[in-house]
Design a protein around this ligand. Structure first.
Ligand SMILES: Nc1ncnc2c1ncn2[C@@H]1O[C@H](COP(=O)(O)OP(=O)(O)OP(=O)(O)O)[C@@H](O)[C@H]1O
Ligand SMILES: [Mg+2]
Length: 276
């Protein structure tokens, strides 16, 4: 669909910024992301109805946090607009990580261990950093992972479900059960950084392996939970071509399960060192 919408608006970055929305890049239940006449910018448009409005506010508040800006400011420039009962976030345009990896695979025809390690480390550091500032992303999955060709960095996008555990009282996140940790299937556990690390793990399996997750496409939550609990991790990593990466992922997962079982504070440097 081609739209000719041309907006002139007050932007929090640049008063004279004008942009038109050209075509839809992605439409989800929650928002519509458009390409724009500015090739470096996409527009994420939310309708002025609940719950979209509150999701927009949560995402905007996250981008406006000073500490957050210090980590992702240069990476995720933003502008916003309230126009005709729509709420728009203007975001720097990235490539979806999945398509970036496919492109790379077509060119070099193999999985490059260093590239995989670098991307995992970037996403891990990113997750730990926003955690340091008091946030859980809570929706870590491959569709929320993007790559910046200029900075050669992989980052997380989509902060509509972000949760500030330093300011707000506990809110049970809306979960994408395909990528959520096993513990999040049980009501009794408070959301934790280890849940984020487990979601990273499942996302990496999807990105770097030829096999889908065993519970992919299954709607029944009890069945998903059963498969998550009972699939050997060796099977999860078996679709990864590189033995080095398989081994790193095995170590990562074993340590994570150990930390979760013993209710440890996670040892950040252990995970970081695996990819360094
Ligand atoms: N800055 C961006 N650059 C490039 N593509 C983007 C960008 N932001 C979003 N997209 C694309 O649009 C899709 C949807 O965006 P996003 O995940 O932010 O929306 P959402 O409505 O919160 O989605 P959901 O809740 O279903 O994950 C992303 O998976 C990605 O493919
Ligand atoms: Mg998303």
């Amino acid at each position: 669909m081609v739209s000719t919408m041309m907006y002139q608006y007050r932007s929090n970055i640049d008063n004279n910024y004008r942009v038109s929305l050209t075509d839809i890049l992605c439409k989800t239940r929650i928002s519509t992301v458009y390409n724009t006449s500015d090739q470096d910018v996409v527009a994420k448009v939310y309708e002025d109805i609940n719950p979209m409005k509150s999701i927009f506010r949560r995402e905007l508040k996250f981008y406006e946090n000073r500490q957050v800006k210090s980590v992702i400011g240069n990476c995720l420039g933003y502008r916003y607009l309230h126009h005709k009962k729509k709420h728009v976030l203007y975001l720097k345009k990235y490539v979806a990580l999945e398509s970036y990896l496919k492109q790379r695979l077509n060119v070099i025809n193999t999985l490059d261990d260093n590239l995989v390690k670098r991307i995992c480390l970037q996403l891990l550091n990113f997750t730990l950093k926003i955690h340091e500032y008091g946030y859980y992303h809570t929706d870590i999955n491959p569709s929320n992972m993007v790559y910046c060709n200029k900075t050669e960095r992989a980052i997380l996008i989509d902060y509509g479900s972000v949760f500030n555990f330093k300011q707000s009282s506990y809110r049970r996140p809306l979960l994408n059960y395909n990528f959520s940790s096993l513990d999040t299937h049980y009501q009794k556990f408070k959301y934790n950084i280890s849940d984020e690390l487990e979601s990273l793990f499942y996302s990496w399996i999807v990105l770097f392996s030829s096999e889908a997750l065993p519970w992919h496409g299954i709607g029944d939550l009890t069945r998903i939970k059963y498969l998550k609990r009972n699939t050997p991790v060796e099977q999860l990593v078996s679709g990864i071509i590189s033995e080095t990466i398989q081994q790193i992922f095995l170590n990562y997962f074993h340590q994570l399960k150990y930390d979760i079982m013993n209710r440890h504070e996670i040892n950040k440097s252990f995970y970081i060192n695996l990819f360094s």
